[in-house]
Design a protein. Sequence first.
Length: 351
Amino acid sequence: MNIDRPCRRLLFLTLLATFFLASRASAETRTVRWIVAHARDDQSFKGLLDAFAGRVAERSQGRLKVEFIDVKADSQRTDADADKIAFSKLTDGSADMSQIAAGRMGVRVIDEPFLFRSYEHAEAVWRGPLGKTLLDEVASENQDRVRGLAFAYSGGFRVFVGQAAVRKLSDFKGLRMEDTGGEPAALLRALGVKLVSLSPAQYAAVKAPLTLPVTGSVDLAETEINGLAYVRAKFPETAKKLKYVDVTRHSMLVTAMAVNDKFFRSLSPDDRRLLTEEVQSLSLAERKLSVSLAQRNLKLFARSGLEIVTLPAEEQLKFAKVGEAIQEKSGQLALIQQIQAVGEIPLQASR
């Protein structure tokens, strides 16, 4: 087919304009709005987030810029409220990414008691086919509005803190704790704990983003070692009223690092792969740091006068049996058994 000179010139200019516009579009910076549900002023974890943002910017040659947004949880009662706000913004698209408790993201099995034997066991789950299955639940449980990219231990194994020492399983009976619902509440009821609901005024009296037993409303609270360390650092007057840390390793706080699916699909394949890889690197770094800090903080608690109480082996076995009964009623027993059958991977050796 013959094309006269004016037509060839027009075609050339059209192709040139198309190439220019495509190049310009590819060079435009996309802001990744990461809404931070938990303590952004924890300097240890803040450093990991900042390094993550730097790597994303460098690897994308400026195409992607991570911007951290405060969820303004200081006006909320607890971390659970901050999670709720962040999750709402992530699903409606007013935020692009966040890190939220995996249970709230739809991965209900994570909240089952005695699911993980150790951090090394959890690491093997995250890095194997079951880890991908659990991440897929984030999307399937949320109508594909968000997708999970990685899991982190965050606070790690939970402990009980307060003004009561649990030296045997029967010591739980009659103690007052906040009713947070779900599988944690089922476990506490099975132990004979008296679950109570707290008023806004009672929350306000605590003056910390954790329902600590310092106002006479409850006897124990469930938290994580690193969560308690944060409260002790930021709210010393509140935390100094605590007497005991009961180490039971009955469950683990696991978070999911997730992205709004519509935003994720709007990125180029290369940028989707880049973001996924960097989130996975961030999650591993956070898991390692969380475990290291938990080990250190537990020693610092003991030195500062908090009594660290560990259940004797026979009592811990009884506790695990109570957890097994909860698992059997969960409707997820087959998945639980698959998870528990996984071996272990040394955390420090994993990449």
